[in-house]
Design a protein around this ligand. Structure first.
Ligand SMILES: C[S@@+](CC[C@H](N)C(=O)[O-])C[C@H]1O[C@@H](n2cnc3c(N)ncnc32)[C@H](O)[C@@H]1O
Ligand SMILES: [Zn+2]
Length: 277
């Protein structure tokens, strides 16, 4: 039997992607049996696996595939990225309503919720394979395209988490409550640099840092704290293969991973505050 408790708890965050509840007294989606319903009569089926597709269209070409999600789950569960998860969790502070966008398996959100039993979380991703996996982990999970607009009520969220995923500063600012925060993790140019060179992997764009601060500032999200998470880790050939296979390099040719390898992780975890607390 499907457990709807996580989805039910997250429903107050959700709004109809078709009409946004316009004209109705109550905006949020509510669950009736195996459907989420909008006050204007639009309905969205809850899939057997417990997620809900609120995207309404075909996923874009860069949505994670099922093999990528398998690789991501194996790699993340092996614990190598735990310091990043801790930094994201620390930056999420005392947020009650949390949304992780481009959540993949929802590993980061799950980490926050494990320590914060009172908090409510929602995972969104454009990939159906990702949404299924997040739901299987017990998270409230919806398919949604960050670029098309999140099916989330304005000013309803305390923390938006975005780890290595597409960022829409304007959309994050819209859904965040005054005083809410976007917690964003992005790679520095040093991230996995030696591994990328050795295996011929894609490069990290070097202007990400300034671009991001500018975009977020223009949307009214002001930089607050920032933590640079840097460490080296010894990885098995399987971990390296999963690390490569879970990201955009899965779509490109590269040399195969061979033997144990030391990887250098270098990730910024930045907090951007929405003014008006
Ligand atoms: C590099 S993965 C990161 C996943 C997860 N945050 C993590 O670090 O484990 C990027 C994720 O963004 C999702 N994604 C890509 N385009 C998206 C979009 N337009 N809207 C929402 N999610 C998107 C992919 O399906 C994928 O799960
Ligand atoms: Zn509607």
């Amino acid at each position: 039997m499907t457990d709807f408790s996580a989805l039910d708890a997250a429903c107050p965050l959700l709004e109809c992607p078709v009409c946004r509840g316009r004209g109705a007294a109550e905006v949020p989606l509510v669950r009736h049996d195996r459907q989420l319903a909008c006050p204007n009569g639009h309905g969205f089926d809850i899939a057997r696996q417990g997620y809900v597709n609120l995207a309404g269209g075909a996923p874009p070409a860069n949505a994670d595939t099922a093999p990528m999600i398998d690789a991501r789950q194996r790699f993340l569960d092996s614990g190598v990225y735990e310091p990043i998860r801790q930094a994201v969790s620390h930056a999420s502070d005392a947020a009650h309503w949390l949304v992780e966008v481009g959540a993949g398996t929802g590993w980061y959100l799950d980490g926050v919720l494990t320590h914060r039993r009172d908090a409510v979380g929602l995972a969104t991703d454009v990939s159906v394979a990702a949404a299924k996996r997040a739901a299987r982990s017990g998270l409230a999970s919806v398919v949604a395209d960050t670029w098309a607009g999140l099916p989330i009520r304005s000013a309803s969220v305390d923390a938006v988490l975005c780890v290595f995923a597409p960022r829409s500063a304007a959309e994050f600012a819209r859904v965040l409550a005054p005083g809410g925060r976007a917690v964003v993790a992005w790679p520095t140019p040093r991230h996995l640099a030696a591994l990328r060179e050795r295996l011929g992997l894609l490069n990290v764009a070097t202007d990400k840092d300034e671009q991001l601060v500018t975009q977020f500032g223009e949307a009214g999200l002001n930089p607050a704290d920032r933590e640079l998470v840097e460490f080296s880790a010894e990885c098995t050939a399987q971990q390296v293969a999963d690390l490569v296979g879970m990201g955009p390099n899965a779509f490109h040719d590269h040399a195969p991973a061979q033997g144990p390898t030391t990887i250098d992780v270098s990730v910024e975890v930045g907090t951007f505050l929405r003014a008006g607390a």
